[in-house]
Design a protein around this ligand. Sequence first.
Ligand code: SF4
Length: 366
Amino acid sequence: MKYVDEFRDGDKARRLAELIRTEVNPEREYRLMEFCGGHTHAIFRFGIHDLMPENLKYVHGPGCPVCVLPAGRIEAAIELAEAEDIILCTYADLMRVPAGRGDSLNRARARGSDIRMIYSSTDALAIARANPERQVVFFAIGFETTTPPTAAAIQIAEKEGLSNFSVYCNHVLTPPAMRHLLSSGEAHIHGILGPSHVSTIIGSQAYAGCCNDYQVPLVIAGFEPLDVIQSTLMLVRQINEGRFEVENQYSRAVSQTGNRKAQALMQAIFEPRAMFEWRGLGGLPDSAVQIKAAFHAFDAEKRFGMQAIDVADIRGCICPAVLRGVSDPVDCKLFGSICTPEQPKGACMVSSEGACAAQYSYGRYR
Ligand code: SF4
């Protein structure tokens, strides 16, 4: 298959890995954060860890949208679904994430709330059209990749006068989270494998200030094994040469300026949110978006007076530390015993992009 098989060539992968092994400086450590959960998944799935030298370590980042959503915002959605006669629509992964006291959207549905799984914002619109007598709330999450479709849904709802449709907006932004991780320094990151899908929207130039300010190189990487290994080599070379540039390995999909149409759509509907709470990272200013005042009729938080609820994570779950790149999933005492993909205790075990689920599924314990 074009763009897949050619990026999974085992011989090329071994040759690239050999180059990395010859070029790394044995006297130093290389801690490379894969920001995006898709890369975490690829690294575990294809055993890329095993091809790397001992002193090069992939550090997992917060780029899994389900994982970074704090339990309190899920709890608020459960409370809304139970208090009001609404239809709450969201993605499958989110329905399984533990909220407060081990509750979840799935459990709320089992108790009788009308919570429906959808594949896209278009599905939520279709449910609103089919149920004009009921309020339909789309629980929207994700980074810059999924924000434009949510913006489009609001635009369509306004055009159609769909007064029973609203969005519980939980869209977050990549560069502010990246800045936070680099400024804290606690994960000791020497280089970043930059997100691919997000970068198709925001473009490679969105990271330039971040790399410059913290003097850390970034290479935007595709998801196939050769993409990841080649990007790793590019990072090793930058680190060795003391460079901290934004390089784009995934040039078949990512441009310098990104998708202008999608950016314009986002800017038309959303504005920066002064403060947003991330699981693991805490409250970060301007790290998420909210619906502009002109579209408040479609803002579920405004329409229903929703407030995030203060909820503690499950005892023993170290998702926050995993998301900051300071702990590995296997450091968690619940990993693989009490917490499994079938019975997840934390968000990182729910989503296939979560580091705990990826490590559990592919059995890499290095
Ligand atoms: Fe949380 Fe489970 Fe991961 Fe432990 S293994 S950090 S409980 S998701």
